[in-house]
Design a protein around this ligand. Structure first.
Ligand SMILES: *Cc1c(COP(=O)(O)O)cnc(C)c1O
Length: 461
């Protein structure tokens, strides 16, 4: 890392088309955030200067991808683009079969319905919102088997997404292998802050699951970012090409769900990939019910072409170094400014520790929601709350869930912003940090019943 900082690096692309962004005045921002009920999800995009709400579907496509869009074969059945996508998945990920879906959660729906029975347990290395929900809708219960270090925002473990093998084996013994339809393994775990699983740990998980004859289903949404960390941190992989690491990860699993809106550099799309032919036939049959014919599954031909090309680009060495490098650049800059952030810096975003930045606010005064609103006020930067608001209420007691962490996520879209934007973000965080003692909290003004973080409105205390 120190070496990287000595010499400057630059984005491995030049800009061919621009989309103007503007910073509106402080008065206008005050009006906009008030009208949005201090919820960044309710801001209009036109009022945002640098949008770090999410890395989902916000990537910039390349000239090659846009050229591919013009080659869309919009046949209802057997589109040429489907075969290009199938080839890319076989070549770069090594899975034998795939069905396209409109996005990741549709693939999760199909695999959960096909594999999970009422009363089953699905162990995984930390939950993801949609993944867990589909497992539950299919009658299963998610069980977290990630290592304890993953739950500590200051623990510097290099592979915080590793599975605790004892937790996993104990669960298998307790429930019985028949009650465990598969183990759910995510690469670069989102909810842990974009943290990787090591190849060595994945191999151990494979060994253990082989022993009990349990398949592994891979949430491969950020597999290339995980591969980059393996190359950086794991002995024996320093000189292995990213694309080989990605293939090796996939080879240790039996199937995968993909939200192509992240690593695979498209604005919409996903797929379910499988090695088992019988399961694949069932998935092909199910996709016609919920998504569309098995050769388009909810995607236009042109979108499948852009995805096929995006997969190729996602494992390019220069691309992935710059992608994760940009996130690291912002994170290290904030660390240099002594801003409390989750460590190690993740692959797709930097998480600010709002509890530490605003220690004078109780959790009922919504520190992370407050910090997100203040960051928008300072320079028009949009981030996302991950604290008590996102955690919702306990359905039995009706009380707030109080998560250990109050974070805001600065999520970096791929190939969209430059290093100069990162500098502006860091300076804005620092400015807010310097005036932190004067910041007052928020209270709920309107609270919807489901997934309240999207639509709640707040008022200043
Ligand atoms: C985004 C995401 C999903 C869901 O995918 P969608 O395309 O949003 O439906 C699943 N898993 C992970 C890890 C994700 O980040």
């Amino acid at each position: 890392m120190a070496d990287q900082r000595k010499r400057s690096w630059a984005e491995p692309y030049k800009i061919k088309m621009v989309e103007p962004v503007r910073m509106i005045s402080r008065e206008e921002r005050e009006k906009a955030i008030k009208e949005a009920g201090y919820n960044t999800f309710l801001l209009r995009s036109r009022d945002v200067y640098i949008d770090l709400l999410t890395d989902s579907g916000t990537s910039a496509m390349s000239d090659r991808q846009w050229a591919g869009m013009m080659m869309g074969d919009e046949a209802y059945a057997g589109s040429e683009n489907f075969y290009h996508l199938e080839e890319a998945i076989q070549k770069y990920y090594g899975y034998k079969y795939m069905v396209p879906t409109h996005q990741g959660r549709a693939a999760e729906h199909i695999i959960s319905q096909l594999m999970i029975n009422e009363g089953d347990c699905v162990p995984g290395n930390m939950y993801f919102t949609t993944t867990k929900l589909h497992q539950e809708l299919a009658g299963g219960t998610f069980v977290d088997v990630i290592i304890d270090e993953a739950h500590d925002p200051e623990n510097e473990h290099p592979f915080k997404a590793n599975v605790d093998l004892t937790k996993l084996e104990d669960l298998i013994k307790e429930k019985g292998q028949d009650k465990i339809p598969y183990v759910s393994i995510a690469t670069s775990v989102n909810m842990a802050g974009g943290q990787p699983i090591s190849m060595a740990n994945l191999k151990e998980v494979r060994k253990l699951t082989n022993k009990y004859d349990i398949p592994i289903i891979h949430d491969m949404t950020r597999v290339a970012e995980n591969a980059y960390f393996i190359k950086q941190r794991e002995n024996g992989y320093e000189d292995t090409p990213i694309k080989d690491i990605v293939r090796e990860i996939c080879s240790l699993t039996d199937g995968a769900t993909m939200s192509a809106k992240k690593d695979a550099l498209v604005n919409i799309g996903g797929f379910l990939a499988l090695n088992d032919q019988e399961l694949f036939r069932k998935a092909q049959n199910m996709v016609v019910v919920y998504e569309g014919l098995h050769t388009y599954g909810g995607m236009a031909g042109r979108d499948m072409e852009a995805l096929a090309i995006g997969i190729t680009e996602s494992v390019d060495e220069d691309h992935i170094r710059a992608r994760v490098g940009q996130v690291q650049y912002l994170g290290e800059k904030l660390l240099d400014m002594s801003i409390p952030v989750v460590r190690p810096i993740g692959s797709h975003g930097v998480f600010l520790n709002a509890k530490k930045i605003l220690p004078h606010l109780t959790q009922d005064e919504l520190p992370a929601q407050t910090l997100a609103a203040e960051l928008y006020l300072d320079a028009g930067i949009r981030s996302m709350e991950r604290g008590v608001v996102s955690a919702g209420r306990n359905p039995e007691t009706g009380k707030h869930n109080y998560p250990a962490l109050e974070l805001i996520r600065l999520t970096i879209p791929r190939r969209v912003y430059t290093q100069a934007h990162m500098d502006v973000v860091a300076e804005s965080v620092e400015a807010v940090y310097q005036q932190r003692e004067d910041i007052t909290g928020l209270a709920f003004d309107y609270e919807p019943e489901y997934l309240r973080f999207f639509q709640s409105r707040f008022k200043k205390l």
